[in-house]
Design a protein around this ligand. Structure first.
Ligand SMILES: NC(=O)c1ccc[n+]([C@@H]2O[C@H](COP(=O)([O-])OP(=O)(O)OC[C@H]3O[C@@H](n4cnc5c(N)ncnc54)[C@H](OP(=O)(O)O)[C@@H]3O)[C@@H](O)[C@H]2O)c1
Length: 236
């Protein structure tokens, strides 16, 4: 995959190369984890796929190529930024088990608490307000940011160009900016600040609408925010 040097979000203006970061992915053998890993690695970042089973992580990393490596979930936490991509049912218990390893890290929570029944997808009620807020409650010594909720793993894993915005929620401005910078480094994605952590619930819930759209129209839909200047500068 090609390393990006131009961005959709800036109307094709040449951008400086992204600052290479170390990124760990918890639940990295899943569809979203692998999809983000391959795109981040293609953007020049050093990516470690985490799994409960190191051998599974190593096999998944070898399949992806791009220099992605496999690790235990604990070892994957030893990264500047850590993407958290496990199923909602495993969110709380996995966070709790990795709390010490995640100390001092920026944790990017992508988890959508959703249910599915005969009428389709729906948002689950979460006691803390959202998965992202639950992570923030559990990880007192980490900085939690929510992002990537609406990015289709299928599109990430396919060879095609991406074309979507990524809503980013968080209370810590420098951490939010780092996550937006990471997102912007992925060709075809633009990070957009979308409010504080208390706004994470509706971002996560919106995924139920997107899945309903996908099912009705047989597409992989995404989000595009209109009205922004070409640059996604969120420091205004
Ligand atoms: N799929 C998408 O398009 C998409 C898009 C945006 C957001 N998301 C969100 O991202 C998260 C991951 O989605 P996904 O589709 O990649 O999920 P997934 O494939 O079902 O699971 C991801 C990984 O989580 C680990 N895992 C599974 N059960 C676990 C458990 N009980 N305890 C600890 N780890 C467990 C597994 O890795 P190991 O067995 O190797 O440990 C698995 O490969 C979800 O919360 C989803 O809402 C998904």
């Amino acid at each position: 995959m090609q390393v990006m040097d131009e961005r959709v979000a800036t109307g094709g203006q040449r951008q400086p190369p992204p600052r290479p970061r170390s990124v760990g992915v918890i639940g990295g053998t899943g569809a979203l984890g692998r999809g983000l890993a391959v795109r981040l690695a293609a953007a020049g970042h050093s990516v470690r796929l985490g799994s409960r089973d190191f051998q599974r992580a190593r096999a998944a990393a070898e399949m992806l190529g791009e220099g992605v490596t496999g690790a235990s979930n604990v070892d994957a936490c030893d990264s500047e930024l850590v993407v958290f991509a496990v199923p909602w049912a495993a969110h709380e218990v996995t966070l709790a088990s990795l709390r010490d390893a995640l100390d001092g890290r920026i944790v990017i929570d992508c988890v959508n608490p959703l249910g599915f029944d005969e009428r389709g997808p729906f948002a689950l009620a979460v006691a803390d307000g959202s998965a992202t807020q639950q992570a923030d409650e559990l990880l007192a010594d980490s900085t939690v940011v929510g992002a990537f909720h609406h990015v289709s793993a299928e599109l990430l894993l396919a060879a095609g160009e991406l074309d979507a915005d990524v809503l980013v929620v968080g209370d810590d401005r420098p951490a939010v900016e780092q996550v937006i910078e990471l997102i912007d480094s992925i060709s075809g994605l633009r990070g957009v600040y979308a409010g504080r952590l208390r706004n994470a619930g509706q971002v996560e819930a919106l995924t139920a609408n997107l899945i309903a759209i996908n099912r009705r129209y047989r597409v992989q839909s995404g989000i595009r925010v209109t009205g922004l200047a070409a640059s996604s500068d969120s420091s205004q």
